[in-house]
Design a protein around this ligand. Sequence first.
Ligand code: NAI
Length: 244
Amino acid sequence: MLIGKVALITGASRGIGRAIALKFASLGADVAVVYGGTRASALEVAGIARQYGVRAEVFQCDVSDFASAGKTVAAVREALGTIDILVNNAGITKDGLVVGMREEAFDSVLDVNLKGAFNMIRHTSPIFIRKRAGRIINIASVVGLIGNAGQANYAASKAGLIGLTKSVARELAPRGVCCNAIAPGFIETDMTRHLGENNALLQSIPLGRTGRPEEVAELAAFLAQDAAAYITGEVIRIDGGLGM
Ligand code: NAI
């Protein structure tokens, strides 16, 4: 259970982040629904979360902006008292072959997926260090482990996120803070909708199907709970076997 814990989840207005926010709320956590885009969707997630009897508030934040991340962490703390769990889930893709990739496509994906996680960790870690407790869960990707043609920027950002995870895990372990990464494969969300019924892709998944956001949320919930207190610096694939 997560009763009495406060969880901040970025990109929580839809997809995997939404599923994580709702799963955490169902386990009794108060949730900070941090969103980049649509306030209405974030409010809807918070409304559903409250039905579990927890506190849920929405916060607009561009995670790639250091100052915005700092203001958001301060606002969450003000509204919900503290932060116990940080989930860096916000992410974007700007796919294309490296030979024709625009500089902006590389920079913006790195800025959101990698620097965004750094920004949030940078601003929450003093809270965790003071409490001598805390959990950081970074949503990476199997692509960060095995690469993917057409996603050099995205794969680099996710591989970087895995390096960030392990370094932060080492730095904060003496302070009782755990930091882990989840590496999902092909999960059905808005991000992957355009891939449609791509059978070649499905055939490359040993379990022969795509994953659901709720399945990723189960894993995040496990890593957030007391049962996972001895796990840090780990990268757990949830990909139907795609990356093995
Ligand atoms: P999504 O596109 O449905 O959701 C991403 C969320 O991040 C959105 O709510 C968006 O508003 C938010 N966001 C984007 N830029 C932001 C910014 N600058 N500041 C704050 N929020 C921002 O995508 P999905 O599929 O739910 O992905 C969630 C995470 O899971 C991402 O990090 C993605 O890379 C990762 N992932 C997804 C996989 C999939 O198959 N769907 C596979 C592996 C990893």
